[in-house]
Design a protein around this ligand. Structure first.
Ligand code: NAX
Length: 327
Protein backbone atom coordinates (compact mmCIF):
# COMPACT_ATOMS: atom_id res chain seq x y z
CA UNK A 1 0.00 0.00 0.00
CA UNK A 2 1.27 3.51 -0.81
CA UNK A 3 2.34 5.60 2.16
CA UNK A 4 -0.27 7.98 3.55
CA UNK A 5 0.78 11.59 3.37
CA UNK A 6 0.16 13.53 6.58
CA UNK A 7 0.65 17.30 6.62
CA UNK A 8 1.26 19.03 9.97
CA UNK A 9 1.45 22.80 10.37
CA UNK A 10 3.11 24.53 13.29
CA UNK A 11 5.70 21.78 13.02
CA UNK A 12 8.27 23.48 15.25
CA UNK A 13 5.72 24.12 18.01
CA UNK A 14 4.92 22.33 21.23
CA UNK A 15 1.96 20.21 20.16
CA UNK A 16 3.71 19.01 17.02
CA UNK A 17 6.74 17.97 19.05
CA UNK A 18 4.54 15.32 20.61
CA UNK A 19 2.17 14.65 17.70
CA UNK A 20 4.72 14.02 14.94
CA UNK A 21 6.50 11.21 16.75
CA UNK A 22 3.27 9.37 17.48
CA UNK A 23 2.20 9.58 13.84
CA UNK A 24 5.64 8.31 12.76
CA UNK A 25 5.30 5.41 15.22
CA UNK A 26 2.07 4.27 13.55
CA UNK A 27 -0.43 5.80 15.98
CA UNK A 28 -2.58 7.21 13.20
CA UNK A 29 -2.82 4.71 10.36
CA UNK A 30 -1.73 1.63 12.29
CA UNK A 31 1.21 -0.76 12.24
CA UNK A 32 0.86 -1.84 8.60
CA UNK A 33 0.74 1.55 6.86
CA UNK A 34 3.72 3.70 6.02
CA UNK A 35 3.44 7.46 6.39
CA UNK A 36 5.12 10.44 4.76
CA UNK A 37 5.21 13.53 6.94
CA UNK A 38 5.00 16.97 5.37
CA UNK A 39 5.84 19.76 7.80
CA UNK A 40 4.92 23.44 7.52
CA UNK A 41 6.24 26.43 9.41
CA UNK A 42 6.33 30.18 9.02
CA UNK A 43 8.98 31.60 6.71
CA UNK A 44 11.19 32.92 9.51
CA UNK A 45 14.79 31.60 9.46
CA UNK A 46 15.03 30.73 13.16
CA UNK A 47 11.70 28.88 13.07
CA UNK A 48 12.45 27.09 9.80
CA UNK A 49 15.75 26.00 11.37
CA UNK A 50 13.92 24.66 14.42
CA UNK A 51 11.66 22.68 12.07
CA UNK A 52 14.78 21.16 10.49
CA UNK A 53 15.84 20.13 13.99
CA UNK A 54 12.52 18.33 14.49
CA UNK A 55 13.03 16.58 11.15
CA UNK A 56 16.50 15.47 12.30
CA UNK A 57 14.95 13.95 15.43
CA UNK A 58 12.30 12.19 13.36
CA UNK A 59 15.11 10.65 11.32
CA UNK A 60 16.91 9.67 14.51
CA UNK A 61 13.75 7.94 15.72
CA UNK A 62 14.46 5.32 13.02
CA UNK A 63 10.72 4.73 12.62
CA UNK A 64 10.18 1.77 10.33
CA UNK A 65 6.86 3.24 9.17
CA UNK A 66 8.20 6.70 8.31
CA UNK A 67 8.83 6.64 4.58
CA UNK A 68 9.82 10.29 4.23
CA UNK A 69 9.71 13.67 5.91
CA UNK A 70 9.76 16.96 4.05
CA UNK A 71 9.78 20.52 5.37
CA UNK A 72 8.06 23.55 3.85
CA UNK A 73 7.32 27.21 4.36
CA UNK A 74 4.80 27.25 1.53
CA UNK A 75 1.33 25.87 2.28
CA UNK A 76 0.62 24.67 -1.27
CA UNK A 77 3.82 22.62 -1.35
CA UNK A 78 3.11 21.17 2.08
CA UNK A 79 -0.48 20.10 1.33
CA UNK A 80 0.07 18.63 -2.16
CA UNK A 81 -1.54 15.14 -2.26
CA UNK A 82 -2.12 15.11 1.51
CA UNK A 83 -4.44 12.41 2.84
CA UNK A 84 -4.69 14.09 6.23
CA UNK A 85 -3.80 17.55 7.50
CA UNK A 86 -3.37 18.66 11.09
CA UNK A 87 -3.59 22.45 11.12
CA UNK A 88 -1.86 23.09 14.42
CA UNK A 89 0.02 26.31 13.68
CA UNK A 90 -1.73 29.53 14.56
CA UNK A 91 -0.94 33.04 15.64
CA UNK A 92 -0.97 33.32 19.44
CA UNK A 93 -2.42 36.36 21.17
CA UNK A 94 0.32 38.89 21.77
CA UNK A 95 0.31 41.60 24.41
CA UNK A 96 -2.36 44.22 23.84
CA UNK A 97 -3.99 42.29 21.01
CA UNK A 98 -7.78 42.48 20.97
CA UNK A 99 -9.84 39.37 20.36
CA UNK A 100 -10.97 40.74 17.01
CA UNK A 101 -7.35 41.32 15.94
CA UNK A 102 -6.49 37.76 16.91
CA UNK A 103 -9.43 36.43 14.91
CA UNK A 104 -8.41 38.46 11.89
CA UNK A 105 -4.71 37.50 12.08
CA UNK A 106 -5.64 33.84 12.18
CA UNK A 107 -8.30 34.22 9.55
CA UNK A 108 -5.65 35.42 7.11
CA UNK A 109 -3.57 32.28 7.79
CA UNK A 110 -6.48 29.87 7.44
CA UNK A 111 -7.76 31.53 4.28
CA UNK A 112 -4.45 30.78 2.55
CA UNK A 113 -4.36 27.26 3.97
CA UNK A 114 -7.94 26.51 2.86
CA UNK A 115 -7.10 27.63 -0.65
CA UNK A 116 -3.90 25.56 -0.66
CA UNK A 117 -5.77 22.46 0.55
CA UNK A 118 -8.37 22.84 -2.18
CA UNK A 119 -5.66 23.29 -4.78
CA UNK A 120 -3.51 20.32 -3.87
CA UNK A 121 -4.79 17.95 -1.18
CA UNK A 122 -6.65 14.77 -2.03
CA UNK A 123 -10.36 15.49 -2.60
CA UNK A 124 -11.27 13.30 0.38
CA UNK A 125 -8.51 14.65 2.65
CA UNK A 126 -9.29 14.75 6.35
CA UNK A 127 -8.52 18.14 7.85
CA UNK A 128 -8.35 18.79 11.59
CA UNK A 129 -7.93 22.35 12.84
CA UNK A 130 -6.27 22.52 16.26
CA UNK A 131 -4.90 26.10 16.18
CA UNK A 132 -7.09 28.55 18.05
CA UNK A 133 -9.71 29.92 17.67
CA UNK A 134 -10.12 26.42 16.24
CA UNK A 135 -13.80 26.40 15.21
CA UNK A 136 -13.65 29.73 13.41
CA UNK A 137 -10.24 29.00 11.86
CA UNK A 138 -11.79 25.81 10.50
CA UNK A 139 -14.78 27.75 9.14
CA UNK A 140 -12.44 30.11 7.28
CA UNK A 141 -10.36 27.27 5.82
CA UNK A 142 -13.50 25.42 4.73
CA UNK A 143 -15.11 28.46 3.14
CA UNK A 144 -11.94 29.17 1.17
CA UNK A 145 -11.51 25.58 -0.02
CA UNK A 146 -13.64 25.88 -3.14
CA UNK A 147 -14.60 22.52 -4.58
CA UNK A 148 -13.73 20.51 -1.47
CA UNK A 149 -16.49 18.74 0.44
CA UNK A 150 -17.24 20.76 3.62
CA UNK A 151 -17.28 17.43 5.49
CA UNK A 152 -13.49 17.26 5.01
CA UNK A 153 -13.10 20.06 7.55
CA UNK A 154 -13.28 19.55 11.32
CA UNK A 155 -11.98 21.29 14.43
CA UNK A 156 -10.81 19.78 17.69
CA UNK A 157 -12.96 19.49 20.80
CA UNK A 158 -11.71 16.01 21.61
CA UNK A 159 -9.33 17.34 24.26
CA UNK A 160 -12.34 18.90 26.01
CA UNK A 161 -14.19 15.60 25.80
CA UNK A 162 -11.20 13.69 27.19
CA UNK A 163 -10.87 16.22 30.01
CA UNK A 164 -14.57 15.86 30.85
CA UNK A 165 -14.38 12.06 30.80
CA UNK A 166 -11.37 12.17 33.14
CA UNK A 167 -13.27 14.42 35.56
CA UNK A 168 -16.29 12.10 35.58
CA UNK A 169 -14.07 9.04 36.12
CA UNK A 170 -12.25 10.63 39.06
CA UNK A 171 -15.51 11.81 40.66
CA UNK A 172 -17.22 8.44 40.21
CA UNK A 173 -14.18 6.43 41.32
CA UNK A 174 -14.16 4.63 37.97
CA UNK A 175 -11.52 4.02 35.33
CA UNK A 176 -11.68 6.50 32.47
CA UNK A 177 -12.12 3.57 30.07
CA UNK A 178 -15.45 2.83 31.77
CA UNK A 179 -16.80 6.29 30.94
CA UNK A 180 -18.64 6.52 27.63
CA UNK A 181 -20.40 9.18 25.61
CA UNK A 182 -19.47 12.28 27.55
CA UNK A 183 -19.69 14.87 24.79
CA UNK A 184 -18.88 18.49 24.14
CA UNK A 185 -21.18 20.83 22.22
CA UNK A 186 -20.26 24.07 20.51
CA UNK A 187 -17.07 26.09 20.59
CA UNK A 188 -13.62 25.07 21.83
CA UNK A 189 -13.64 27.94 24.30
CA UNK A 190 -14.92 28.79 27.75
CA UNK A 191 -18.52 28.68 26.43
CA UNK A 192 -18.28 25.00 25.44
CA UNK A 193 -20.92 22.70 26.91
CA UNK A 194 -19.59 19.41 28.32
CA UNK A 195 -22.69 17.20 28.51
CA UNK A 196 -23.05 14.03 30.56
CA UNK A 197 -26.81 13.55 30.14
CA UNK A 198 -26.35 10.56 27.84
CA UNK A 199 -23.08 9.28 29.29
CA UNK A 200 -22.58 6.01 31.08
CA UNK A 201 -20.14 4.86 33.76
CA UNK A 202 -19.48 1.12 33.77
CA UNK A 203 -22.64 0.67 31.69
CA UNK A 204 -24.93 2.62 34.05
CA UNK A 205 -26.29 6.14 33.45
CA UNK A 206 -23.72 8.72 34.56
CA UNK A 207 -26.47 10.44 36.58
CA UNK A 208 -26.37 7.47 39.00
CA UNK A 209 -22.61 7.80 39.53
CA UNK A 210 -22.23 11.57 39.49
CA UNK A 211 -23.67 14.21 41.80
CA UNK A 212 -25.83 16.59 39.72
CA UNK A 213 -24.81 19.64 41.74
CA UNK A 214 -21.11 18.83 41.29
CA UNK A 215 -21.64 18.43 37.55
CA UNK A 216 -23.41 21.75 37.04
CA UNK A 217 -21.58 23.87 39.60
CA UNK A 218 -18.05 22.47 39.43
CA UNK A 219 -17.27 20.08 36.62
CA UNK A 220 -18.44 22.19 33.71
CA UNK A 221 -16.31 25.11 34.90
CA UNK A 222 -13.29 22.88 35.54
CA UNK A 223 -13.43 21.54 31.98
CA UNK A 224 -14.04 24.98 30.48
CA UNK A 225 -11.02 26.40 32.35
CA UNK A 226 -8.75 23.37 32.20
CA UNK A 227 -6.44 24.89 29.59
CA UNK A 228 -5.79 27.89 31.87
CA UNK A 229 -5.26 25.57 34.86
CA UNK A 230 -2.58 23.63 32.96
CA UNK A 231 -0.79 26.86 32.03
CA UNK A 232 -0.92 27.98 35.68
CA UNK A 233 0.54 24.66 36.85
CA UNK A 234 3.07 23.92 34.12
CA UNK A 235 4.00 27.37 32.97
CA UNK A 236 3.32 26.10 29.45
CA UNK A 237 0.13 25.24 27.63
CA UNK A 238 -1.22 21.72 27.30
CA UNK A 239 0.72 20.16 24.44
CA UNK A 240 1.02 16.41 25.01
CA UNK A 241 -2.65 15.97 25.92
CA UNK A 242 -3.62 18.14 22.94
CA UNK A 243 -1.47 16.02 20.62
CA UNK A 244 -3.02 12.88 22.06
CA UNK A 245 -6.53 14.22 21.52
CA UNK A 246 -5.69 15.26 17.94
CA UNK A 247 -4.56 11.73 17.27
CA UNK A 248 -7.73 10.32 18.89
CA UNK A 249 -9.88 12.57 16.69
CA UNK A 250 -8.19 11.68 13.42
CA UNK A 251 -7.77 7.99 14.33
CA UNK A 252 -11.48 7.53 15.01
CA UNK A 253 -12.44 9.43 11.86
CA UNK A 254 -10.20 7.19 9.75
CA UNK A 255 -10.83 3.86 11.46
CA UNK A 256 -14.37 4.36 12.81
CA UNK A 257 -15.85 4.65 16.30
CA UNK A 258 -16.61 1.50 18.30
CA UNK A 259 -20.27 0.42 18.28
CA UNK A 260 -22.30 2.60 20.65
CA UNK A 261 -19.50 5.12 21.22
CA UNK A 262 -19.72 8.80 20.34
CA UNK A 263 -16.92 11.29 19.90
CA UNK A 264 -16.99 15.09 19.94
CA UNK A 265 -16.04 16.71 16.65
CA UNK A 266 -16.57 20.29 15.58
CA UNK A 267 -18.03 19.97 12.08
CA UNK A 268 -19.85 22.15 9.59
CA UNK A 269 -23.39 22.25 10.94
CA UNK A 270 -26.18 21.07 8.70
CA UNK A 271 -28.65 22.72 11.09
CA UNK A 272 -28.77 19.74 13.48
CA UNK A 273 -30.29 20.53 16.90
CA UNK A 274 -31.41 23.94 15.67
CA UNK A 275 -27.86 25.28 15.37
CA UNK A 276 -27.30 27.72 12.52
CA UNK A 277 -26.33 25.92 9.35
CA UNK A 278 -22.75 26.51 8.25
CA UNK A 279 -21.20 27.23 11.65
CA UNK A 280 -18.41 24.90 12.76
CA UNK A 281 -20.05 23.49 15.90
CA UNK A 282 -19.01 20.56 18.08
CA UNK A 283 -21.51 17.70 18.09
CA UNK A 284 -21.54 14.12 19.29
CA UNK A 285 -20.58 12.09 16.23
CA UNK A 286 -20.04 8.53 15.12
CA UNK A 287 -17.60 7.61 12.37
CA UNK A 288 -17.72 4.75 9.85
CA UNK A 289 -16.13 4.20 6.44
CA UNK A 290 -14.01 7.36 6.84
CA UNK A 291 -17.08 9.58 7.29
CA UNK A 292 -18.55 11.23 10.37
CA UNK A 293 -22.27 11.59 11.19
CA UNK A 294 -23.92 13.68 13.88
CA UNK A 295 -25.74 11.52 16.45
CA UNK A 296 -29.42 12.33 15.84
CA UNK A 297 -32.41 12.88 18.10
CA UNK A 298 -30.82 13.23 21.51
CA UNK A 299 -33.25 14.59 24.09
CA UNK A 300 -32.13 17.79 25.80
CA UNK A 301 -33.57 19.62 28.78
CA UNK A 302 -33.88 23.40 29.19
CA UNK A 303 -30.43 23.63 30.80
CA UNK A 304 -28.78 21.85 27.87
CA UNK A 305 -30.71 23.87 25.29
CA UNK A 306 -29.60 27.11 26.95
CA UNK A 307 -25.95 26.03 27.11
CA UNK A 308 -26.00 24.94 23.47
CA UNK A 309 -27.44 28.28 22.39
CA UNK A 310 -24.91 30.30 24.41
CA UNK A 311 -21.94 28.65 22.74
CA UNK A 312 -23.64 28.99 19.33
CA UNK A 313 -24.03 32.74 19.97
CA UNK A 314 -20.27 33.04 20.54
CA UNK A 315 -19.55 31.21 17.29
CA UNK A 316 -21.86 33.57 15.40
CA UNK A 317 -19.98 36.54 16.86
CA UNK A 318 -16.63 35.07 15.86
CA UNK A 319 -17.91 34.40 12.35
CA UNK A 320 -19.25 37.93 12.03
CA UNK A 321 -15.87 39.33 13.11
CA UNK A 322 -14.16 37.64 10.15
CA UNK A 323 -17.00 37.92 7.64
CA UNK A 324 -14.82 39.69 5.07
CA UNK A 325 -12.48 36.70 4.85
CA UNK A 326 -15.14 34.04 4.32
CA UNK A 327 -14.95 32.80 0.78
P1 NAX B 1 3.29 26.87 19.72
O1 NAX B 1 3.30 28.35 19.80
O2 NAX B 1 4.29 26.08 20.51
O3 NAX B 1 3.47 26.43 18.19
C1 NAX B 1 2.74 26.99 17.16
C2 NAX B 1 3.61 26.96 15.92
O4 NAX B 1 2.81 27.34 14.83
C3 NAX B 1 4.80 27.92 15.98
O5 NAX B 1 6.01 27.19 15.75
C4 NAX B 1 4.51 28.90 14.85
O6 NAX B 1 5.69 29.34 14.20
C5 NAX B 1 3.63 28.06 13.94
N1 NAX B 1 2.82 28.83 13.00
C6 NAX B 1 2.22 30.03 13.19
N2 NAX B 1 1.62 30.44 12.06
C7 NAX B 1 1.82 29.46 11.14
C8 NAX B 1 1.48 29.33 9.78
N3 NAX B 1 0.80 30.28 9.13
N4 NAX B 1 1.84 28.20 9.13
C9 NAX B 1 2.57 27.26 9.76
N5 NAX B 1 2.95 27.34 11.05
C10 NAX B 1 2.58 28.44 11.73
O7 NAX B 1 1.80 26.42 20.06
P2 NAX B 1 1.23 24.98 20.45
O8 NAX B 1 1.31 24.79 21.92
O9 NAX B 1 1.84 23.94 19.58
O10 NAX B 1 -0.32 25.19 20.10
C11 NAX B 1 -0.73 25.35 18.75
C12 NAX B 1 -2.16 25.84 18.71
O11 NAX B 1 -3.05 24.90 19.29
C13 NAX B 1 -2.41 27.15 19.44
O12 NAX B 1 -3.22 27.97 18.64
C14 NAX B 1 -3.19 26.70 20.67
O13 NAX B 1 -4.01 27.74 21.17
C15 NAX B 1 -3.99 25.57 20.08
N6 NAX B 1 -4.60 24.62 21.02
C16 NAX B 1 -5.80 24.09 20.68
C17 NAX B 1 -6.42 23.12 21.44
C18 NAX B 1 -7.74 22.54 21.03
O14 NAX B 1 -8.27 21.76 21.82
N7 NAX B 1 -8.32 22.86 19.88
C19 NAX B 1 -5.81 22.67 22.71
C20 NAX B 1 -4.35 22.93 22.80
C21 NAX B 1 -3.88 24.23 22.22
O15 NAX B 1 -4.06 25.22 23.18
Amino acid sequence: MAAKKVAVTGAAGNISYSLLFRIAAGGLYGPDTKVSLSLLEVDVPAVAKAMEGVKMELEDGAFALLESCTTHTDAAACFADADAAFLVGARPRSKGMERKDLLEANAAIFKVQGQALAAGARPDAKVLVVGNPANTNCLIAQRNAAGMDPACFTAMTRLDQNRAAAQVAAHAGAAVGEVRNVVVWGNHSATQFPDIAHATVAGKPAAEAVDAKWYKEEMIGVVQQRGAAIIAARGLSSAASAASAALDHMHDWIHGTPEGTWVSMAVVSGGEYGIEEGLVYSYPCTCAGGKWSVVPDLARDDFAAEMMKATEAELREERDAVAALLG
